[in-house]
Design a binder for this molecule. Structure first.
Ligand code: ADP
Ligand code: MG
Length: 695
């Protein structure tokens, strides 16, 4: 390393212009080392094309101007203090106004400062912006005169307190870049030219101080590619190691599965047939299947699980089914028994709350191979469970479990063919990002004769009409569910709301009907009893907290009333709606709007507009962003600093191709050309293991 040159690992406080107090403020902002600062990318960039002249500002639009402070100062108002600055760019005047944080602004602005200001234009005695974002520009920083691109950094109150506002921040970044030796690229020149990428050293400098807008674009592209590449590399390596690990090939055609298909009281859809074909093909190989089956609620995934399990059995192996909740495990148990009743197949249910004698007996029979199919919750992969020869496992509603099911199986020394199923349609870019080591099968077709559920959002004053309608439907032999959401802590709990509503409905509204109540705090036996009563029709109206969200399949249930529907997320609403419309009768989903926000209202509109799970999950993703959609846990490997899953579809595809090609050529990353890739990957992986607590 060059003399007085910086290294990636150098502590930030040794950077020129930092020192201990700024150092600790930076550390609190997550910037502990030179590398952290290097990768602390600007939030926006300011160049000539993004700047509007004050005379051209239009009311109610967002705009950026560059202008000088002419006058500024605090003023008293009836309600307290405010700060006002008038700025000019020689075309016109613009007033900037602050009602909050007045003291800080007063300290940081003075007459003569040149500012880049970003905000919404209002008209009030001339043009003004309230609480604009602003950045003081240093000499030479001015994009209008220098033609340069000015980086705008995310800043915090604490950073500003120690003089690290936009201008201060730019100064230390400049200091860093000046004493930073060239950054070693992890990609070879061949790869760079193949992917049309600029070198890392250029990208990482230009992202901070770009000479021209075009170079900035190239830098962004390169750095996004990097982030996607290393995640895809993880996926490629995982997939490769799964493929290297051997398992039993289940080559024999399954006579019983074929018989079951013949004897079904319905015909498999084309999509179901195709998917079962894909699974059978996977199972024939001595490498374990690792497949994700996506299919909207009600698309018929369970029968696919049944057939695949029987295929394993016919090859002399055992099968397991894992469901996220006890209720769902119970239902699978019943469904499997129903489909397999004509065969000598032994199926057992293992739950967490079983009596110990019963449990011991099931475990014993699982170990000896007397049980063919073991169904349960997480209990199925607990420590004490041993199989004689587990050949296949289904993980239903896999998104409920988090990411790495295969990981926990392999830790137990198992390596069965694995089929994960999910009713949450995952947009393609996300699927290959988060589940990129899995193969994908999609059921994109509903069983015939399904009538789409009619969805209506109503205000509470319409409820009497809805109740009357429920009474009519029950007269015709149908059933209804009423669901309550989890509500905020300060308010009544969902449990209290459900209990109260159950009392009200059974006493007044539906006094002539059988009204049941189910919620998560009930004892398992009680829950089972109530679900059984609902399934066999002894309960007409079932009031519940969201425990029924996944799983249950009651064809006679034709009405779903969702209370406080505006509080549910889109995916959840779609899942709930999927609980009706499973039979041949017309079904209804009534969404009761209580105190909806704009977003809440919009969600209800989406639900009224479409039944298409893919469309709904796209909307959901747009509203919530991928982190929330998936749970941050899953995006933990690379902390995305610049990548954006919503818009990077093409880059993701290219990065994936490159990563998979690399692993195919050099699975151990031992080639000298790949040593820097390996080094960087190992660093990322170590950091990931630390943060995710993986040992
Ligand atoms: P999900 O994909 O949501 O798990 P299920 O497997 O529970 O859906 O299927 C929903 C209902 O549709 C079940 O009652 C199931 O028996 C039925 N079903 C599955 N496939 C078909 C089909 N091809 N034709 C008609 N009904 C079907
Ligand atoms: Mg299901």
């Amino acid at each position: 390393m060059a003399e007085n040159g910086l290294e990636f690992s150098t502590s930030i406080q040794f950077l020129k212009g930092v020192g201990p107090s700024r150092g600790s403020a930076l550390e609190n902002a997550g910037i502990a080392t030179i590398k952290d600062l290097l990768y602390y990318f600007p939030r926006r960039h300011l160049d000539r094309t993004g700047i509007t002249q004050i005379k051209d500002l239009r009311e109610s639009t967002w705009a950026t101007v560059v202008a000088d402070v002419m006058v500024c100062g605090e003023r008293r108002t009836r309600r307290g203090k405010m700060f006002e600055a008038t700025v000019s760019d020689n075309s016109q005047l613009l007033k900037l106004v602050w009602f909050n944080g007045v003291e800080y602004v007063a300290k940081s602005l003075k007459v003569g400062d040149r500012l880049a200001v970003h905000g919404k234009v209002e008209s009030y005695q001339g043009k003004q912006m309230v609480h604009p974002e602003y950045d003081r520009l240093a000499e030479g920083d001015d994009p209008l005169h220098s033609g340069s691109v000015v980086p705008i950094y995310p800043s915090t109150g604490e950073l500003k307190q120690v003089g690290l506002d936009g201008r201060g921040f730019r100064r230390i970044v400049r200091n860093m870049l000046e004493s930073l030796p060239d950054v070693q690229d992890h990609f070879s020149d061949t790869l760079l030219s193949q992917e049309n990428l600029i070198p890392l050293n250029d990208a990482i400098r230009q992202i901070h101080f770009a000479d021209q807008p075009e170079l900035l674009k190239q830098s962004i592209k390169r750095l996004k590619f990097d982030e996607h590449f290393f995640l895809q590399l993880l996926m490629a390596l995982k997939k490769d190691s799964i493929q290297r690990s051997g398992t039993k090939a289940l080559e024999d055609e399954s006579v019983r599965a074929n018989q079951i298909i013949e004897n079904l009281h319905f015909e498999l859809t084309k999509a179901q047939n195709r998917v079962y074909g894909e699974i059978s093909e996977d199972m024939k190989h001595p490498t374990p299947m690792n497949r994700l089956l996506q299919g909207d609620v009600g698309s018929g995934k369970t029968i696919i699980a049944v057939l695949s399990a029987v295929r394993a059995l016919d090859n002399g192996m055992q099968a397991a089914v894992m469901a996220p909740t006890e209720i769902l495990a119970q239902q699978h148990f019943r469904t499997f028994k129903k489909f397999l009743k004509d065969y000598d197949i032994s199926i057992a249910l293992l739950t967490g709350k079983m009596k110990s004698a019963e449990r011991r007996s099931i475990l014993e029979k699982t170990r000896s191979g007397d049980i063919d199919i073991l169904i349960g919750t997480h209990a199925v992969i607990q420590k004490d469970v041993k199989f004689e020869n587990l050949g296949f496992i289904v993980v239903d509603e896999q998104h409920r479990f988090g990411v790495n099911q295969r990981g926990s199986l392999v830790e137990k020394g198992w390596n069965p063919h694995l089929l994960a199923m999910t009713a949450t349609p995952i947009p393609r870019t996300l699927a290959i990002t988060y589940l990129g080591d899995m193969d994908l099968s999609i059921i994109d077709e509903m069983p015939k004769h399904r009538i789409p559920v009619v969805t209506k959002s109503v205000l509470p004053d319409r409820l009497e009409k809805v109740y009357a309608f429920v009474r009519d439907e029950v007269q015709k032999g149908r059933q209804c569910m009423v669901v309550f959401p989890l509500v905020e802590e300060s308010e009544k709990s969902d449990l209290a709301a459900a209990v109260e509503e159950h009392a009200r409905l059974s006493k007044d509204v539906f006094s002539s009907l059988q009204v049941g109540l189910i919620h998560g705090r009930m004892k398992q036996d009680k829950k089972d009893e109530i679900m059984a009563n609902f399934e066999n029709g002894d309960i007409d109206v079932l009031v519940s907290t969201t425990v029924i969200e996944v799983g249950i399949d009651v064809p006679k249930a034709t009405i779903m009333i969702v209370e406080h529907a505006d509080r549910f997320g889109l995916t959840q609403l779609h899942q709930l709606r999927g609980r009706v419309g499973r039979g041949t009768e017309k079904s209804y989903c009534i969404l009761v709007e209580r105190k909806a926000t704009e977003r809440g209202k919009y969600r209800l509109e989406v639900m009224e507009r479409t039944n298409d799970g893919f469309e709904i999950s796209d909307e959901d993703l747009k509203m919530r962003g991928p982190g929330e959609f998936f749970g941050e846990k899953q995006s933990g490997f690379i902390r995305y600093r610049i990548a954006d899953l919503m818009t990077d579809g093409n880059i993701v595809k290219k990065a994936r191709k490159a990563a998979f090609a690399l692993v195919e050529k050099d699975p151990g990353l031992t080639d000298k050309d790949h040593s820097f890739i390996k080094q960087r990957f190992d660093q990322e992986y170590a950091a990931y293991r630390d943060s995710a607590g993986i040992s």
